[in-house]
Structure formats: C-alpha cells, structure tokens
Design a protein around this ligand. Structure first.
Ligand SMILES: [Zn+2]
Length: 302
C-alpha cells in the first residue's frame, strides 16, 4: 500500500467552540512522509508543525497543538476524519486559535474530503502491527491495546447522569464504518457544565447547532439524537483523532473505559515508545484497504 494525500485543497469555515470566533481552514495536498502538519496562517512566525503526541500542548476540553509560534485547538475531529478516510499527508492552515466546530461532528469534513478525492503517492506506507498488549490505568479510567489483525475500537462510558448513563460501542474501523457510523456523532455536554463554562468565558461558540446538550432527563436539541448511542460514538471519534497523532496507521484493538483527551494523549506516547511491542510493516499494493480491513468472520484476539 502506498501513502495518500488529497487530490486538491479543501477549505471550510465556521465558529470556534471555545473562542466563539469565525475561523477559516485550508487543507492542502502534501508530499509523502509529511504526515499531518498545522500552521497558524494569521501569525507570520508560525511554522508548519507535524501533529504528534509530543506537539500537544493542552488536552483540556479539546486537543491543542503548539505549532511553533501559535496554538491550534480542537484538532481532533479533523485528525479523526483524515485517519478514518485513510489520508496520510496534508498541510493544514488555520487562521485562528481553533479548528471550527461545524456541526459538532466530523461529518462536514468527511464530506469535503470525499469531494476532493484521495490521491495515491509514490512512497510505501508503514503500518504498526502490535504483538503485545499495552495498558494504561489512571484512577478509574483505563485504555489498552490488544493485538489484532484489524483496527478496532471498543469504548465504554459511564456517567452518573441517568440520561447518558452507561453506553458501550464496538467498531472495526474501516473507511465505510467510520464514514457511516462514527463521523456524524456530535460533541455533547450537560447544561449545568455549559452554563459554568460560559460564566468562565469558555465554550463561547457552543450552541445547539454544534453540540448535543443534556438537561436532566432530556436533550435540548429539537431534532433529537443521530444515534441512540451517539455519546459513546463521539468518544470513539475523539479517540481515533487523538490516537492518530501516533502518525502511522496500525493494527490493534483499542479498548477504552471513560478515557478522554488527556489519557488518549498519554496512551499515544506510550504506543510510540513501546517499540518492543510492535513491528513496522509494509503491505503489498494490490491489497486495497477495504480488502485488508474486511470484516472478520470469526473475531478473535491473536
Ligand atoms: Zn469531540
């Protein structure tokens, strides 16, 4: 399999969830081995910086990277869309502090990327194939990776709140399952937390147009949920985006319990540093990702 990029530049704009400002983003095609690089186009001294677990500067409320002279926040939905569609290389320009929240999901970005099309580059892609289990625990939260022939995610959330409560979801992550089952799950929050954030001058751009808001036993969004388990699906969307900072596509089953941006980021570093637990491999080009990642008939842990 060869590395990929976009056929042409895609652009989008909208409100930033935290700053409330109107921000524009351009995602450009890039050469092999570029990875996903970000730059603040409104700051002259800001240089393109590769998104990696080590360039993350904050995981509070969103994942933020430091790009040599400027911060860019809320990169996780864009990162997730690029990984989910199998795009390895891109140069991203953002003219403000954060990637716009759009509808709170990755769906609008996925549609734009599909519209641009994906281009094969002339350099082989490297995959990480894990051969040992890796686990991280912090208080009552944990995240682990189990060797697998496929990339799969299982996520459990457990909120005290009755409405969200406990939700569990499992996906084998392919371009199709990502696009159809994961990408459109929206950010969510509890009304009491949103009110507290507003009073601290945070989540200024947050509204029912870009987040599911839960108030007691109901949600305030008139159109309801996109999936019964939209909350846990969104946690999977975030996790794929955060873990994609590893910079390689990989084979393994990630299982997470109550994980968030901070734990995801620590785990991404641990994965990269656990080189005694994996092999770097290349795949033959005649195997398209859809075939390689086809549904397992007899799922088992190897
Ligand atoms: Zn999110």
């Amino acid at each position: 399999m060869y590395q990929t990029t976009l056929n042409n530049t895609v652009s989008f704009e909208g409100i930033g969830l935290h700053s409330g400002k109107h921000i524009k983003v351009h995602v450009h095609p890039a050469f092999p081995d570029t990875g996903i690089q970000f730059r603040r186009s409104d700051i002259k001294s800001s240089e393109y910086t590769k998104a990696s677990p080590y360039t993350v500067s904050s995981t509070q409320l969103a994942t933020t990277i430091n790009c040599n002279g400027g911060q860019i926040s809320t990169i996780e939905h864009l990162m997730s869309a690029l990984y989910g569609l199998g795009i390895d290389n891109a140069m991203v320009e953002v003219d403000g502090f954060e990637v716009p929240i759009l509808d709170g999901s990755a769906n609008p970005i996925v549609n734009l990327l599909y519209g641009a099309g994906i281009k094969k580059l002339n350099k082989k892609r490297k995959y990480i194939k894990f051969k040992k289990r890796i686990r991280l625990e912090r208080e009552d939260k944990w995240i682990e990776l189990i060797p697998s022939r496929f990339f799969k995610v299982t996520f459990d959330i457990n909120f005290d709140d009755d409405f969200v409560g406990q939700q569990k979801a499992y996906f084998e992550v392919t371009r199709d399952s990502f696009s159809n089952e994961i990408a459109n799950a929206r950010t969510f929050g509890f009304k009491k937390d949103v009110d507290a954030l507003h009073s601290m001058g945070l989540a200024k751009g947050g509204s029912l147009d870009n987040a599911v808001v839960i108030d007691g036993n109901q949600i305030l969004n008139e159109d309801g949920l996109r999936h019964k388990d939209e909350f846990v699906r969104h946690k999977i969307l975030d996790l794929i985006g955060d873990i994609s900072l590893v910079g390689y596509r990989f084979f393994g089953h990630i299982r997470a319990y109550k994980s968030g941006h901070l734990l995801n980021n620590i785990f991404a570093k641990i994965l990269l540093e656990s080189n005694y637990c994996y092999n770097m491999i290349e795949l033959e080009d005649d195997k398209e990702p859809e075939i390689i990642l086809q549904r397992e008939l007899n799922p088992q842990i190897i």
